[in-house]
Design a protein around this ligand. Structure first.
Ligand SMILES: Nc1ncnc2c1ncn2[C@@H]1O[C@H](COP(=O)(O)OP(=O)(O)OP(=O)(O)O)[C@@H](O)[C@H]1O
Ligand SMILES: [Mg+2]
Length: 332
């Protein structure tokens, strides 16, 4: 577990997997230069974490690390977000605001989910990277852009270029060094160490003295494909810590989310036998996502001894949200 992203360095990361070793070697190399880096990996594999680590291991470490998720930004906001604006530059611009490029000056600009950037965002970023300059909206003054660029994507940018969805010129500008972060299912040899580290941290924060994992519980963990990668692993370990009342983690403490894929692909007319945490789905007709969520909430609630505070913590939601879910469950 790496909670202190602001201090984490590449050399703090260790791995028992060859592909990941290669990735970390490249990350260490990237930290010694200013070349743009593309981090390619599935969701939850650690792209954001590695971006921070590269920044913290670089000469820019004592400057800002600025993250920008362009895919979540509407086109009307893109320019003022990236370049900032002067007071009065447009209706509602009540004060001068610095943009991401300016904030990241002499530091690192992390462009997240880059493959989904709109064509406009692509053009705007390309222009800055080509000319090394930009101006705030409403200002004539040219500002120098000296930000080291790290991008993250969960799909191949080259593929997006081939599909005509990503500009080839921007791709070439961004793609100095591509670091491939393998999914967790391809680096299962890391699992025991990752589980041990997360278990130690979460047991400490829960005030529990757990000192072993039952072999059957370990088998369960080792045979799961981890579609949500490290994020899901850490979440699962935290949940199992909460369930575990003694010193040994038992198989029933290891809980995975309902397999939504197999429940939704089953023919609706047939009785279902998809695995759900509380047993079989025989006779269940509600195959909607909302139905699956309700069943999961109910399951965790029961497992948590119908304790709302604990349930909310295990689900990673607020108590108000939980209360809403439970109300929905009760109304069904
Ligand atoms: N090597 C690691 N050891 C322990 N925990 C890790 C490691 N890498 C990532 N994590 C944890 O896994 C979670 C997901 O990591 P991160 O946010 O970096 O993934 P991501 O690839 O950026 O995901 P997304 O595509 O959804 O943005 C975080 O809580 C992070 O702390
Ligand atoms: Mg991320």
């Amino acid at each position: 577990m790496h909670r202190a992203l602001s201090r984490l360095k590449v050399e703090d990361l260790t791995t028992a997997n060859d592909a990941m070793k290669r990735c970390l070697r490249l990350a260490a190399l990237a930290a010694t230069t200013d070349v743009p880096v593309v981090l390619l990996g599935e969701t939850g594999t650690g792209k954001t974490l590695l971006a921070h680590a590269i920044h913290n291991s670089s000469e820019r470490a004592d400057r800002a690390f600025v993250a920008f998720n362009a895919s979540a930004m509407s086109d009307t906001l893109i320019e003022s977000q990236l370049f900032g604006h002067e007071r009065g530059a447009f209706t509602g611009a009540q004060q001068t605001v610095k943009g991401k490029f300016e904030l990241a000056n002499q530091g690192t600009l992390f462009l997240d989910e880059i493959a989904d950037m709109s064509p406009l965002a692509q053009v705007k970023i390309l222009r800055v990277l080509e000319y090394g300059e930009f101006e705030r909206l409403g200002s004539e003054q040219m500002l120098h852009a000296d930000a080291r660029i790290i991008c993250a994507t969960n799909c191949s940018l080259l593929e997006r270029v081939r599909q005509g969805k990503f500009r080839a010129d921007l791709y070439h500008r961004l793609n100095g060094l591509t670091l491939l972060i393998p999914p967790l299912r391809e680096r299962m040899e890391e699992l025991p160490a990752l589980i041990a580290a997360e278990l130690k941290a979460s047991a400490a924060s829960e005030g529990k003295s757990i000192n072993a994992i039952h072999p059957e519980a370990m088998d369960k963990l080792l045979s799961y494909p981890w579609p949500g990668n490290l994020r899901e692993l850490n979440h699962t370990v935290r949940t199992m810590t909460l369930f575990c009342e003694g010193r040994v983690v038992l198989p029933e403490h290891v809980v995975f989310p309902p397999d939504l894929k197999s429940t939704t692909s089953a023919p609706p007319e047939e009785p279902l036998s998809a695995p759900l945490p509380s047993g079989k789905l025989d006779g269940v007709r509600d195959l909607s996502m909302a139905g699956a969520v309700s069943r999961h909430v109910q399951f965790v609630y029961d497992q948590a001894g119908r304790n709302q505070r604990r349930t909310a913590r295990m689900l990673g939601i607020s108590r108000a949200t939980l209360a809403r879910h439970l109300k929905n469950v009760a109304q069904k």
